[in-house]
Design a protein. Structure first.
Length: 75
């Protein structure tokens, strides 16, 4: 929904800047909405993947810190 509104708004803004009617070529609006939907979905997937990667890195760092500070003093 957000992506389609973003695509539609971008196309309407582009037409307004060029002083053209807002709905000059309806197929351009459909194309813009489709591109907006794909972009928004990819952004959500990318965010989820980056959160997973961050969690993995933080876990590795936590384990490394535990090994550094706690394993050395057990002797």
């Amino acid at each position: 929904m957000v992506g389609s509104l973003l695509g539609l708004g971008t196309q309407m803004y582009s037409n307004a800047l060029r002083k053209l009617p807002y709905m000059r070529h309806p197929w351009e609006h459909l194309l813009g909405m489709g591109i907006g939907v794909v972009a928004a979905n990819q952004m959500v997937k990318w965010e989820a993947k980056s959160n997973e990667d961050l969690d993995k890195l933080l876990e590795k760092a936590r384990l490394a810190n535990e090994r550094r500070y706690f394993d050395d003093h057990e002797d």
